[in-house]
Design a protein around this ligand. Structure first.
Ligand SMILES: [Zn+2]
Length: 496
């Protein structure tokens, strides 16, 4: 019984938007939760995005969102269809603090999800800034700007234009339908995506963060979940960038399903034969797993073939020209070997804090370096990627030579081209969430996320370089913004 090897992503663009619309809407409306991701034309001043003051940080991101644009939007709709209770099901792993104990109550073993993923190419019709750094990164990773200009689904930023109808098929309408579905939304590092989505597809962002947060509580009444926050503060892995956590979750689920432990299981719909808008994104491991019994010497040699920067935060300033390996599976193997020897210290993190200066120009110690690494996670230049480009693949590290007894393929990671990356990133985010749901959730009767006991991780958004999360709450002294209230009353028929 194999887990999935590829993930179908529906490519949505200007020419098929209306054709896809009914199925897209149906996916959205029947979701247990919706994972989202955006690709952006730029982020603005990197340093102000991680300002010490969270208010300043919000203002700076909001400013960027007014001048930059969304190039593509990934939406992955996860529907929990069944939780198979199994007498053989056992609990696993260690306790994480502050979350419901695993398997409490009646438990549940196989959490089955039906998943539909869409990658929508978008095109802002107003002037916007494209940052050279972002452009270079995107082109290097296969993003096709010609296709974007030619096929992007058009939209305008800020408040609705006067002549916008409340029921036309449009990107902004789709966003309202997502709000109308009133199911939880999931992001990996949510703040940037939320501000950009608000400004680009909803309304003009409020001047202060308190109002923005108040608006969010009304827009997403079922809650916002941030898988980066959950990973960093609850799950404690050696790294928390999207691809790392995804591939780690894949392994765990595979292992637990074989052992009869609680795990997440995803399925995809069968698309009709004539449906030509699907791209299958490969999830298979490119090479062979490193055996766990290799000696220390070989381990050290292997470790030396891996790019430290990429291993730590899924990003490396050298990009495709880096001579070291960016293969996340290899990185996971090495982490596993290291962990099985020592206690689970966050070794990688410490190592990266030492060597991080290579990324960008920050020189202040500690906090700045932590920020530095995390800018990578927030940035499109560094946007956590599921893709390992062609020249990342062969590198000078011949693992087969290090471990002659094992046939190792090329170090090519799963190749997901820029054409549908936001979609695949959204899927990875949703998959990580599915893992957490199966791990921490308690199934009784309901298949709703609200009923499986994850309230402690709800509405907490990851803050780069901070030890605490941003709590999405409406303060008793804060009013929601005027633009938001107007939008809400205009769409009351959807949002009821
Ligand atoms: Zn590198």
């Amino acid at each position: 019984m194999a887990m999935f090897e590829t993930v179908p992503v529906v490519d949505v663009h200007k020419d098929n938007f209306k054709e896809i619309w009914p199925s897209l809407l149906l996916s959205v409306k029947t979701s247990t939760y919706i994972a989202m991701d955006t690709e952006l034309s730029g982020l603005g001043n990197r340093k102000s995005l991680v300002a010490k003051s969270i208010e300043d940080r919000y203002k700076s991101i909001a400013n960027s969102a007014k001048s930059r644009s969304i190039l593509s939007l990934g939406i992955s709709c996860f529907k929990l269809t069944n939780v198979a209770k199994n007498g053989m099901c056992t609990d696993s792993g260690q306790e994480a603090s502050g979350v419901p104990p695993r398997g409490e109550g009646s438990g549940g073993c196989k959490w089955r999800f039906l998943v539909q993923t869409y990658n929508i190419t978008t095109l802002c019709e107003e002037d916007y800034v494209v940052e050279p750094g972002s452009l270079k990164f995107l082109v290097e990773h296969g993003f096709d700007f010609n296709r974007q200009y030619e096929k992007g689904v058009p939209y305008c930023r800020g408040n609705d234009k006067i002549d916008t109808k409340a029921d036309s098929m449009s990107l902004r309408q789709l966003f309202m339908e997502i709000l109308g579905a009133a199911c939880p939304v999931i992001f990996h590092n949510a703040l940037m995506d939320l501000v950009f989505l608000y400004e680009n597809l909803y309304a003009s962002t409020p001047p202060n963060m308190a109002a923005f947060l108040a608006d969010l509580t009304e827009m997403f009444p079922a809650g916002i979940f941030d898988t980066k926050y959950i990973t960093d503060f609850k799950h404690k892995m050696p790294a928390s960038y999207l691809e790392y956590v995804f591939r780690k979750s894949l392994r765990t689920n595979k292992e637990f399903s074989l052992l009869g432990k609680k795990h997440a299981w995803v399925e995809f719909p069968t698309y009709p034969a004539g449906f030509s808008h699907i791209t299958q994104c490969n999830c298979e491991r490119p090479g062979t797993a490193i055996p766990s019994n290799i000696d220390k010497d070989t381990q050290d040699k292997l470790k030396a073939t891996v790019c430290d920067s990429y291993a730590g935060h899924g990003w490396c300033s050298r990009g495709n020209s880096c001579v070291k390996s960016h293969d996340v599976d290899l990185i996971l193997d090495i982490d596993f070997l290291a962990q099985s020897k020592k206690s689970r210290k966050r070794k990688r993190r410490r190592e990266n804090q030492k060597t991080d200066g290579e990324n960008e120009g920050f020189t202040e110690p500690d906090e700045e370096q932590e920020m530095d690494s995390s800018i990578a996670n927030m940035s499109i230049v560094a946007k956590e990627t599921s893709e390992v480009g062609e020249s990342d693949t062969t590198k000078n590290c011949d693992i087969g030579a290090l471990i002659p007894s094992v046939t190792i393929g090329t170090l090519k990671g799963p190749v997901v081209s820029g054409k549908h990356r936001a979609g695949f990133d959204a899927f990875m985010t949703g998959y990580i969430m599915a893992s957490y749901v199966s791990e921490y959730g308690t199934h009784k009767d309901s298949l709703k996320l609200a009923d499986v006991g994850l309230n402690e991780i709800k509405n907490l958004v990851y803050l780069t370089g901070k030890d605490i999360a941003l709590s999405v709450v409406k303060s008793g002294f804060t009013k929601t913004s005027k633009d938001h209230r107007e939008k809400f009353s205009k769409f009351s028929h959807i949002l009821s």
